[in-house]
Design a protein. Structure first.
Length: 256
């Protein structure tokens, strides 16, 4: 697990993309800024996040924040309080959405900002969903989570639509938190490195209650790779359901 690499990826994304290859080229299955900010809020860790209906004005970049949620954790006897959270973004359009920016804020019951976080989703393939998750340390009394999204660029597909598939998902509670295992399979004709794998946890009412992520070193072309996502701050029992999403990172496109 290489979570420490993620902030650096966000910080230098602009520079990386300038020297990166094409997401369309990387996701082939055969053969060799006008935008709108999408916002939504959730007022408690047990509230259902209302899917956003706002979309980008660009006809090929119809993005929506389809779901998100969080849980305030106490930290127990040895750790500080914090928040585990996850966000799911959907691309129902016909092109690849690239450089999608997310801003997440955590607020008190009075509306004061307690903490914030930010992410960049390198690429969301058409007809698919991508997820971002994380844990914010040393914060408490969070009553509301809000999400803002700003779509980036669009790139036309160079082949038929496809995406990673994920099977064998299982989450178990252990002495250190939560462990999620899965098998990621690639339909693409290139070996893809540094794939971001995100686990999203849901309760018995199908509400998102948190998540975590890791980097998968590589997925072979047309092959599969096992992955483990460790949520070391998780409290309580295993979630009722776990969803796992695999997406390209900026590092995945280097060297194309």
């Amino acid at each position: 697990m290489r979570k420490n690499a993620f902030p650096a990826v966000v910080a230098v994304l602009g520079a990386l993309l300038a020297g990166c290859g094409s997401a369309a080229e990387s996701t082939k299955t055969s053969g060799e800024k006008t935008s709108s900010v999408v916002s939504g809020g959730q007022t408690s860790s047990s509230a259902v996040a209302s899917p956003s209906t706002a979309t980008s004005k660009a006809p090929e970049s119809k993005l929506a924040v389809s779901d998100f949620g969080f849980t305030q954790l106490t930290g127990g006897q040895y750790l500080s309080p914090g928040v585990t959270y996850a966000v799911i973004v959907e691309n129902p359009g016909s092109s690849i959405a690239e450089g999608v920016q997310l801003q997440v804020s955590f607020e008190s019951a009075s509306g004061s900002v307690i903490a914030s976080d930010q992410h960049v989703i390198t690429a969301i393939l058409p007809g698919t969903k991508a997820a971002q998750a994380g844990y914010k340390h040393d914060i408490k009394d969070v009553a509301t989570m809000k999400v803002q999204m700003m779509p980036g660029r669009s790139e036309a597909l160079k082949d038929k639509p496809a995406n990673f598939t994920v099977d064998g998902v299982a989450s178990t509670k252990n002495d250190y938190g939560m462990k999620t295992v899965a098998m990621v399979t690639s339909p693409f004709t290139k070996d893809l490195k540094d794939v971001i794998v995100t686990a999203v946890y849901r309760d018995g009412a199908n509400k998102i209650v948190g998540g975590d992520f890791t980097f998968l070193n590589f997925v072979p072309a047309g092959g599969n790779a096992a992955v483990t996502v460790d949520a070391i701050n998780w409290e309580g029992e295993a979630p009722a359901a776990t969803e796992v999403y695999a997406t390209l990172s900026a590092l995945s496109l280097l060297g194309d």
